[in-house]
Design a protein around this ligand. Structure first.
Ligand SMILES: *[C@@H]1O[C@H](CO)[C@@H](O)[C@H](O)[C@H]1NC(C)=O
Ligand SMILES: *[C@@H]1O[C@H](CO)[C@@H](O)[C@H](O)[C@H]1NC(C)=O
Ligand SMILES: *[C@@H]1O[C@H](CO)[C@@H](O)[C@H](O)[C@H]1NC(C)=O
Ligand SMILES: *[C@@H]1O[C@H](CO)[C@@H](O)[C@H](O)[C@H]1NC(C)=O
Ligand SMILES: *[C@@H]1O[C@H](CO)[C@@H](O)[C@H](O)[C@H]1NC(C)=O
Ligand SMILES: [Zn+2]
Ligand SMILES: [Zn+2]
Length: 461
C-alpha cells in the first residue's frame, strides 16, 4: 500500500470514533474566492506555441478549454467558476473576494484602462451571478497600474473601483476606500458583527510608494481604532485582505510585508484578538493557514489563505512546479458569534476538465480531513500540530496546498517550510523555527526518529 492509501485508511478508522456534535442552530455559509487573474489573451485556437501572454513564453502543449497550468484564467474558467458557485451554494449569506484580477504580464502590456476594464468585467460577472448577495471585496496587488504600486492616497483607480463596487459599499465605506483602499461596515448591517477590509498592498515590499512611511494611508491607526470601538460595542469581526503577513510556505525565507509592517500587523492582531473571529486572505494561490499566538503562547487567531482560481504556475525563482488546480471554498460559520465551524473546498481538476468534461468536485471538509470539531484558533492549532508531527496529515495537507496538483511526497525540508510558515508569522520566530525544526540538537532528532517509527507502523500496516 502506498502512503496515501495507508493514510486514507488510518483516517477512516480514526473517524469512526468521533462523536459528531454538529448542530444546525445559527449556522450560516459564505463563499471565499481569490486570485481569478483573468487573461483576456488566452486563445486555445491560436497557432503560436504559447496560447496566452501570461505564460511568459513557456510552451503550453496541453492548453485546453478551461486553461493551462502555465497560463492565467481564460474566460471559460472564470465563467465556469461562477457557474459552479451558483450550482453548489446559490444563496450564500455573503461573498468574500480577495482580489488579483489581471494577468501576470509585464506592465507594458497593461495600463490604467485595461486594469479597470478587467476589474469591471469580473465585478460584472459576480454581480450578475449573485445579484442579491453582498460582496466584501479587497484589492490585490495586481489590481493597480503599475502593479503593486498602490499609493497611500487618493487616485483614479481607488476612485473608479469604489464606483464599480458601489452596490457593495456603504457611503462611508466608499469614502475611506477612495482614500486608502480600505473600509469597515457592520456585517450584513447586523448589530454586533463587523468586517474590516484592509489594503495590505500598502505593506508589500514591492511597493516603492510606501517604503519610508510609518503608517501608509493611516491604515494601522484607523484599524486600531475600529477594533477598539468594536470591543467597546461587543462586536465580533472578520478581517479581509489580499497580501498576507508572514512567509510563503513554498519558498524558505520568502516574506511579502516589509519588516516593520509585519511586526505592526501582528501587534494589531494580538491586541484585538478578543474580537477577531477570522482573517481571510489570498495572494499565495495555495491552500494554507497562519497561526497567531498570545505572548504566553496560546492560539488566539487563525488566518485562512484561500487557493486561487488561476492555475498559473509561479515564476518565483526557487519554487519548483508551483502550479495549482482552480479552487473555491465555503465557510460554515455561527451567525451569532462568527466562529468558523467548518471549511469546504471545491476544485476543478483542470487536466480532467480539459480532456473529459467540465467538472467541479468537493476536495475536502476541514473537520473530516483533520479530525477537529471546528476551525477555531485552538482547533487550527491542533491541525497544525498534526501536520507537524504526523506524516499522514503532512502529506494530506501538502496535496491540498496545491489543490491536488502536486502529489509528490513532502519530505523533511518541505515539512519545515510549511510548518514554520503556518506556525510563525513573525520574522524572527520563523527563523528560529527553521533552525529548531531542522534538528540542530540530538534530543529532538531521537524523539522524531522514535515518533516517525511509531507513526510508520500505524501508517503502513
Ligand atoms: C435543528 O436543530 C434543532 C435543535 O438543535 C432541532 O430541533 C431541529 O430539528 C434541527 N433541524 C434540522 C432540519 O435538522
Ligand atoms: C458560461 O456558463 C454558462 C452556464 O454553465 C453557460 O451556459 C455559458 O455558455 C458559459 N459562457 C461562456 C462564454 O463560456
Ligand atoms: C467580459 O469579457 C468576456 C470575454 O471577453 C465577455 O464575454 C463578457 O461579455 C464581458 N463582460 C462584461 C460585462 O464586460
Ligand atoms: C444597510 O445599511 C446601509 C447604511 O445604513 C443602507 O444603505 C443599506 O440599505 C442597508 N442594507 C440592508 C440590506 O438593509
Ligand atoms: C486529474 O485528472 C487526470 C486526468 O483524468 C488524472 O490523471 C488525475 O489523476 C486527476 N487528479 C486527481 C487529483 O484526481
Ligand atoms: Zn495572485
Ligand atoms: Zn497577489
Amino acid at each position: 500500500m502506498n502512503l496515501t492509501m495507508a493514510c486514507v485508511w488510518k483516517i477512516i478508522l480514526l473517524n469512526i470514533f468521533i462523536v459528531s456534535g454538529r448542530s444546525n442552530v445559527s449556522k450560516g455559509y459564505f463563499w471565499h474566492i481569490s486570485d481569478l487573474h483573468w487573461d483576456p489573451s488566452y486563445d486555445v485556437g491560436g497557432n503560436s506555441a504559447s496560447k496566452c501572454a501570461s505564460s511568459g513564453g513557456r510552451p503550453t502543449p496541453n492548453a485546453g478549454r478551461f486553461g493551462d497550468y502555465s497560463c492565467d484564467s481564460p474566460w471559460t474558467l472564470i465563467n465556469s467558476t461562477l457557474s459552479a458557485m451558483k450550482g453548489i451554494l446559490p444563496d450564500p449569506d455573503f461573498i468574500i473576494w480577495t482580489g488579483d484580477d489581471t494577468p501576470h504580464v509585464p506592465n507594458e502590456q497593461l495600463g490604467v484602462e485595461p486594469v479597470l476594464r478587467i476589474i469591471s468585467n469580473l465585478t460584472h460577472i459576480i454581480k450578475t451571478t449573485f445579484p442579491k448577495t453582498k460582496v466584501y471585496s479587497a484589492m490585490g496587488n495586481h489590481d493597480y497600474h503599475p502593479k503593486s504600486q498602490m499609493p497611500p492616497e487618493k487616485n483614479i483607480i481607488y476612485e473608479q473601483t469604489a464606483n464599480l463596487w458601489h452596490d457593495w459599499l456603504h457611503a462611508a465605506s466608499k469614502e475611506t476606500f477612495k482614500i486608502g483602499g480600505y473600509y469597515t461596515e457592520k456585517l450584513l448591517n447586523q448589530t454586533g458583527l463587523r468586517v474590516v477590509v484592509l489594503n495590505t498592498n500598502l505593506y508589500y515590499d514591492q511597493n516603492k510608494l510606501t517604503e519610508n512611511i510609518k503608517d501608509p494611508a493611516d491604515q494601522f491607526s484607523w484599524a486600531d481604532k475600529v477594533l477598539q470601538d468594536a470591543a467597546k460595542n461587543n462586536e465580533k469581526v472578520y478581517i479581509i485582505g489580499h497580501v498576507p503577513p508572514g512567509f510563503f510556505e513554498k519558498k524558505r525565507d520568502k516574506a511579502w510585508f516589509r519588516k516593520e509592517f509585519n511586526k505592526r500587523y501582528i501587534d494589531l492582531i494580538q491586541k484585538h484578538s478578543a474580537v477577531i473571529q477570522g482573517q481571510f486572505f489570498g495572494h499565495h494561490h495555495t491552500d494554507s493557514f497562519r497561526m497567531y499566538y498570545s505572548s504566553e503562547g496560546s492560539p488566539i487567531s487563525a488566518m485562512f489563505l484561500t487557493p486561487g482560481v488561476t492555475p498559473w504556475t509561479t515564476t518565483l525563482p526557487g519554487v519548483i512546479d508551483g502550479g495549482n488546480n482552480p479552487g473555491i471554498r465555503i465557510f460554515e460559520y455561527d451567525t451569532k458569534t462568527l466562529l468558523i465551524k467548518d471549511i469546504l473546498t471545491y476544485y476543478m481538476n483542470l487536466t480532467y476538465s480539459n480532456v473529459v468534461h467540465e467538472r467541479w468536485e468537493k476536495e475536502y471538509r476541514l473537520t473530516e480531513a483533520f479530525r477537529v470539531p471546528d476551525a477555531s484558533p485552538a482547533s487550527m492549532h491542533r491541525v497544525m500540530e498534526r501536520i507537524s508531527s504526523d506524516k499522514c496529515y503532512l502529506q494530506k495537507y501538502y496535496e491540498f496546498n496545491s489543490v491536488n496538483y502536486d502529489l509528490t511526497e513532502c519530505h523533511s525540508d518541505c515539512r519545515i517550510d510549511h510548518v514554520c510558515a503556518m506556525r510563525e508569522v513573525d520574522f524572527e520566530a520563523y527563523e528560529k523555527c527553521v533552525v529548531k525544526e531542522g534538528g540542530s540538537s540530538t534530543a529532538p532528532v531521537l524523539f522524531t526518529l522514535l515518533l516517525s517509527l511509531m507513526l510508520s507502523l500505524l501508517c503502513l500496516n
